[in-house]
Design a protein around this ligand. Structure first.
Ligand code: NAD
Length: 359
């Protein structure tokens, strides 16, 4: 089994990244975490301070762009200092989460999705390759998404890793492209790399432009809740801590060669039911729901078959949807200052797409 000691998390100040940092520092006191993030609109300035509270001695942050391969390589090699001037430990593991991640924004402006998700991944791969060529083994976990598989019909079997890549949105296409780069670098250069594809995550620290936090903050403010089309799009929900524990399990497994593992929790739910559940939990009327014009090429259904991961490692999700949703709502209630700080920015894509149809 592989034992990571220093994990470099790209995109650490985003949703999954902040949860990954908090979980690693809490669950693994022998692990050090180096956070690398360009601090785009999707990063929250407070998330990393909150995630690393009480463990600052094992936590290092560098503001940097994954497209800037030289800077990234310096940080990977431990030849840089963190934002507080402390020397950074050389990483033995990379969790590559940095990406442009919002489908609606990718429809409005796809260019940066190709830049960060495709070119950025190539830079990360080349830095890992250089480290290996210099005699320093680094293990890469590339975090991808079920969206690379496209859409399922109502009666179709859930996606397995053998499903063809049929992305619908510019976001999904850029992620599929990055997955292929990782596989090619594993085969051509023998990189120690593995790819995980996860279903929709929810939980604390998620930017309130994504479905669940958007609906929570709007319901709390008694604002209308915009639901695309008939709201019968099905997503397979996974509590973010379950995702992070799966990343740890995959890292420890030592499986490499660019192999793909799906991650999911059999959490299929229609968007409309998720929205109703949020209104119910917050004691708000369903009359707040406002159906708006559907997103172009909106995938109808995602469902993940994570059997391969269970069989290889024994990993299974632990958090039932209802518990995860309650914990998430509680977190947004208790951390209003966090989401209020980013509310104007988070409404931008929503206003350009969702709310246009609502008016
Ligand atoms: P997010 O948008 O919340 O966070 C992305 C982070 O990456 C931000 O902090 C941002 O500042 C940073 N970033 C963006 N461009 C960068 C660049 N060029 N250089 C360095 N940092 C940059 O995204 P998330 O929801 O946390 O998703 C993280 C990863 O997980 C993504 O790769 C995404 O494709 C994947 N994923 C997400 C989900 C989900 O449901 N959220 C599901 C499956 C896979």
């Amino acid at each position: 089994r592989y034992t990571p000691k220093v994990i470099l998390v790209t995109g650490a100040a985003g949703f999954i990244g902040a949860n990954a940092v908090a979980w690693l520092l809490r669950e693994h006191p022998d692990v050090q975490v180096v956070a690398y993030d360009a601090m785009t609109y999707a990063a929250h300035p407070q998330s990393l301070a909150m995630a690393s509270r009480g463990a600052a001695a094992r936590f290092f942050f560098v503001r940097g762009d994954v497209r800037d391969g030289d800077v990234f390589a310096t940080v990977l090699d431990g030849a840089a200092r963190d934002a507080q001037g402390r020397p950074i430990p050389a990483a033995d593991t990379v969790w590559h989460l940095a990406a442009e991640s919002h489908v609606d924004r990718s429809i409005l402006g796809p260019g940066v999705f190709v830049d960060t998700n495709v070119i950025g991944t190539q830079r990360v791969l080349d830095a890992v390759r250089s480290a290996r060529d210099a005699g320093r083994a680094v293990r890469l976990v590339h975090i991808s998404t079920d969206e690379v598989y496209g859409s399922l019909g109502p009666g179709d079997a859930a996606f397995t890793e053998a499903h063809p890549l049929l992305p619908s949105s510019p976001y999904a296409a850029s992620k599929a492209a990055s997955d292929l780069l990782v596989q090619a670098w594993a085969r051509t250069y023998g990189l120690d790399a593995v790819i995980t594809r996860c279903s929709n995550n929810y939980g604390p620290f998620q930017f309130p432009e994504k479905l669940i936090p958007l609906m929570i903050v709007r319901a709390m403010a008694q604002q209308p809740l915009p639901v695309y089309g008939d709201g019968q799009q099905v997503r397979d929900w996974l509590y973010v801590e379950d995702h992070v524990s799966a990343l740890w399990t995959v890292t420890r497994s030592g499986v490499a060669g660019g192999r793909v593992f799906n991650i999911g929790a059999h959490g299929e739910r229609a968007n409309l039911d998720v929205v109703r559940g949020i209104l119910h939990a917050l004691d708000r009327p369903e009359s707040l729901i406002q159906h708006v014009q559907d997103r172009p090429a909106h995938d109808r259904r995602y469902a993940m078959d994570a059997t391969a991961l269970r069989e290889a490692t024994g990993w299974e999700a632990r958090v039932p949807f209802q518990h995860g949703l309650e914990a998430t709502i509680r977190w947004y209630r208790e951390n209003a200052a966090w989401w209020k700080a980013v509310l104007p920015e988070s409404q931008k894509a929503a206003e350009a797409l969702y709310l246009k149809g609502a008016r």
